[in-house]
Structure formats: structure tokens, C-alpha cells
Design a protein around this ligand. Structure first.
Ligand code: DAH
Length: 358
């Protein structure tokens, strides 16, 4: 006759001694599995007399129950310690500083666009975009370029092959066509800024066939030249991070604005080093003006009710001036050493509160 108390004591002992979940599972199979020792004892009940079977059966059931409970309890305990161990192993110290070996850099053009958008965004401008491939209407006609006007030629336009109707698509020569698209799409008041790629068939020290511009457009009932000046002076000071930079508005001509002006900022070139701020020299940085009534009309806006201003500037140019980048063409060389030198850390997103550049 088997000593069931001993069977139970030994089983509970080995369960208590199981060091890990795999060991415990092996024990479960060895005790309660199909060929397990407790299962074998249960099977032996069949060969007993009815009386013996009743008493031994009850005792065996109790043993089986106790073993099952002990297995469960041990499993819960081992699960918990496995989790503790894993949590300790995978712990992350969130107070550690960011790894210093960050390699990627933000290109100065992206950085400059982000800065310009941050500044005008603060003034309440929304960002608008348009296609790089344009048609004559949006790039020229709607902007009040008469058909044979020499200003069209000055734009050195890239044309796409002629279509069946004789017209040709073109690569936009400036971001101004997005002014037209915005006015055709949304009723005034309008306050948008439009960064994007532009193209001209020109390539030398100071020109690349693809470059970037940012355009601004404000249309409302009483918007005037004073608003234009205030807005741009504020922009220049914030962008160049120089409080007392002199700003000069010089009369100029663009078909789509009347009156038109070019904006110069003060600088000094003493000792061969260019410095933005009060000095003996001036640097041209952008074009602007009051939107021409013809342009408003072409875009379905009544010039007797609405007026506004627009401006446009070259991103590369203002980036070169601010960051002392001497050669325009290097922007597009994809030279990683250049990018490491002139690029910006990805997490230093420019904001007016946190600082444009750090
Ligand atoms: N589109 C002009 C250019 O590419 C720049 C410009 C000048 C834009 C005056 C304007 C503006 O919106 O008002 O030369």
C-alpha cells in the first residue's frame, strides 16, 4: 500500500523548489500529465475493491487537488518574479540626457523656412502651398503681366513641351502664382505665407536653376502700406535677431503690385566681414507692394471693397545672410561635411518663445 501522505509531501516539496517556469511545467507534466505519477495512481483505482476504492479515491483526489493548487500558487509567484526581473532588466532612465552622438542635421533651407513660418505664424499667417508645375495664367497673366511684357522674359522660364492647343505648362518662376490660387479659392480676409521651390533657367555663382522663395499675401478691407511696413520691419528684426537693424523701403516695379518697393537692411562690411545691423551699407532682401487692382479683379475680388499687400523673398539669400554661408551652389551639393557644419540639430525646432536659433 502506497503512503499517500508521503506522495503528497514529496510533490509539494519539489513544487516549492521549482526555480523557474520551465522547471515548474516539467513538474506539472511529471505529476498530473497523462503519464504523470499522480495520474498513474488514479488509474490504479480501477484494480481495487469497491471499499478500498472509495477511501483511497477520496484521499487521492485530495492529493491531486493539493498538488494542482500548489502548482498554481507556485506559477503565480514565478510569474511575478519573472516580471520583476524583466522590468529591472528593461528599465529606462528617462532622466538621462539625449545621446550626444546624434548624426542627422536639418538643412539650412528647411531651418530657414521653419523660422520664417514661426515668425509669420505668430502674426496670424497660415501656410499655403501650390504646384511646382504651373500654367501661364497663374504664373503670369493673372499677376498682371501683359502678353508681350519684357518682365516675362526676365523670368528665364523653363517651359514644358507644347500641348495640342498650343499652350505650355511651365515650372513656376516664383511663388506668386500661389497668391492667385489662394484668392481664387478662399474669400477675404486672407493672411497667408507661401514657402516653396521655384525655377529659372539661370546658373552661375549667384543663381541656381532651382531655388526657394517665400511669399506673403494679406487681403482685407482696410489693409494699407503702413501694415506692410510694420509687418516686414517686425519680421526682419525677429529673423535676423538684431533689434536695431535699419530697414529701408525703396520704390521699385513689379507688375502685380502698385506701388511696389524693395526692402534693404543696414549692414557693415568693415574689415571684409558682413554684419547685419547699423553700418555704412545696404543689402536688398525682398520685394513687396500693394496688390495691384488688376490682380484682385483677375482673382474675382472687388478692388473697390478689398485691398492688401504682398511680398516675396529668396530663402537661400536670407539664409546665406543670417548664417554666413558664402556660396549659393553649396546648398545643393549634398555634401555631408557641409551639412554637418551649416546644418541644425533636429530637435532644436525654431519657435519664438524658445528662440529661433540656439
Ligand atoms: N515674385 C517676385 C520675384 O520673384 C518677388 C515678389 C515681389 C513677390 C513683390 C511679391 C511682391 O509678392 O509683392 O521676383
Amino acid at each position: 500500500m502506497i503512503d499517500l501522505d508521503q506522495v503528497r509531501a514529496e510533490a509539494l516539496d519539489s513544487i516549492a523548489g521549482a526555480a523557474n517556469l520551465e522547471g515548474l511545467e516539467q513538474l506539472r507534466v511529471a505529476l498530473l500529465g497523462k503519464k504523470g505519477s499522480v495520474t498513474a495512481l488514479m488509474k490504479s483505482l480501477g484494480e481495487m475493491s469497491p471499499d478500498e476504492r472509495r477511501t483511497t479515491g477520496q484521499q487521492l483526489n485530495a492529493v491531486k487537488e493539493a498538488v494542482a493548487q500548489a502548482l498554481d500558487a507556485r506559477k503565480t509567484a514565478l510569474d511575478a518574479s519573472a516580471l520583476d526581473e524583466r522590468l529591472a532588466r528593461e528599465r529606462v532612465d528617462v532622466t538621462l540626457s539625449v545621446r550626444p552622438e546624434m548624426q542627422g542635421r536639418i538643412h539650412p533651407i528647411s531651418q530657414t523656412i521653419d523660422e520664417v513660418v514661426a515668425i509669420f505664424g505668430q502674426m496670424g499667417f497660415a501656410v499655403a502651398e501650390g504646384p511646382d508645375i504651373e500654367d501661364d495664367f497663374h504664373n503670369f497673366t493673372a499677376l498682371n503681366f501683359p502678353p508681350e511684357h519684357p518682365a516675362r522674359l526676365m523670368h528665364d522660364t523653363f517651359f514644358l513641351p507644347e500641348k495640342e492647343d498650343g499652350s505650355r505648362f511651365l515650372l513656376r518662376t516664383h511663388t506668386s502664382p500661389v497668391q492667385v490660387r489662394t484668392m481664387l479659392k478662399q474669400p477675404p480676409p486672407i493672411r497667408v505665407i507661401i514657402p516653396g521651390r521655384t525655377y529659372r533657367c539661370d546658373s552661375d555663382m549667384t543663381h541656381t536653376p532651382m531655388f526657394h522663395q517665400v511669399e506673403g499675401l494679406v487681403i482685407d478691407k482696410a489693409t494699407n502700406m503702413g501694415h506692410l511696413k510694420g509687418c516686414l520691419i517686425e519680421f526682419v528684426k525677429t529673423y535676423f535677431e538684431v533689434d536695431d537693424v535699419p530697414v529701408r523701403f525703396r520704390p521699385s516695379f513689379f507688375p502685380f503690385t502698385e506701388p511696389s518697393a524693395e526692402v534693404d537692411i543696414g549692414c557693415s562690411r568693415a574689415g571684409g566681414e558682413l554684419k547685419i545691423g547699423a553700418g555704412a551699407d545696404w543689402l536688398e532682401i525682398l520685394g513687396c507692394g500693394m496688390v495691384h487692382p488688376n490682380v484682385l479683379k483677375n482673382c474675382g475680388i472687388d478692388p473697390d471693397e478689398y485691398q492688401g499687400f504682398a511680398f516675396g523673398m529668396g530663402i537661400e539669400r536670407i539664409a546665406m545672410l543670417k548664417y554666413g554661408i558664402p556660396d549659393l551652389r553649396t546648398f545643393f551639393d549634398s555634401d555631408l561635411r557641409w551639412l554637418r557644419h551649416y546644418g541644425f540639430l533636429p530637435l532644436d525646432v525654431p519657435t519664438l518663445t524658445g528662440g529661433l536659433t540656439r
